[in-house]
Design a protein around this ligand. Sequence first.
Ligand code: PLP
Length: 387
Amino acid sequence: KLYFDYCASTPLHPKVAEQLFCTSEQLYANPSSVHEMGFEANQRVEESRERLSTILHVEPSEVIFTSGATESNNLAIIGAVRTWMKKTSQTPHVISTQIEHSSVFNCCKQLVGEGVEITFLPVDHNGIVSIASIEKAIQVNTMLVSVMHVNNETGSIQPIHEIGKLLRAKPHIYFHVDGVQGFGKLALELDDIDLYTLSGHKIGGPKGIGLLIVKEHVELTPLFFGGEQENGLRPGTTNVPGVLSLVEAIEISYSEREEKMQGLTVLHDLVYSKLEEIPEIIMNSPRPPLSAPHIINFSYKGTGVTSALLISILAKQGIIVSSQSACSSTAKTSRVLMAMTNDEILSSSSIRLSFHESVTPDDVRYLVHSISHMIHQVKSQNKFALL
Ligand code: PLP
């Protein structure tokens, strides 16, 4: 089988797997315990936090380990809104976009039901939000802007560094970035970002671990209540093997970033150019530099063809792909593509290909061949259906 669904999850990097195995076996003591084994586990967690803070140029106290990006996004948004509500009687206003991952989008929708004002900004045909629209949406009660770095369905890159600069002049508005699909792919500068989300299993780390960078000046209200772990922001026994493995994965993906990006850009160009030649296909992702080079999204143009049908035809040829994020995979129409195209047909017949540094040019040649075969099959099935 050939797997092209690396945005949904990645295999453990061999060095991370070794780290996970060794620490699970040896460092099993609770790092909050006041005995020698607990102290050692705690020391290893704090060393990892320090290493991470050096890589990301933040303070160790600004690194909060969580169970993954879904929790980090919820903590950032709900935590900031609840603090605002405790401090002022003014209704909080949050600005986000129509293309965020469901862990941001549905979290914001939940808050709408609780009386919070949310503006979901539209995007252009490339899936990119404009700075002007953010500037225009800011109100006196705006207290948070949440925009992802790289869209998980199309790869479209959002102008987070420009948004950060815009918000620098408005220190009362927190800026949150869901960095899950951009980390280890694109250059990152956290100076103007107040809250930053990352997930382990998208970068060769284990599932069930992630982090939220919470800058010193940001006041969050925790979502859960219990112990004092993670500055009191995230109670619960620290996942020691998870933390150590996550930091290992981050170090690896950070140090190999530029080299990997060169390889992925070549693969992206090869696949994109070939798919563009197929008349029944419409490309939804823009090309780099507007898109990250590990994602290509396209749709079948004809009516009555669903993403599920296309995925199953490719699966019969041993090709594993998806259409939307795994967290939205039951929806028939892609919310992200609807925001970009406003076209129901294209939004319900999309395929997302996502790549990894282990994919070879031969793999993508077979992929392109299988997609051509899939189109041929769909066309002949449609012809019979019309007879
Ligand atoms: N944000 C984005 C952009 C994602 O792609 C994903 C996973 O698909 C998430 C958040 C959620 O990540 P996790 O599985 O760590 O909760």
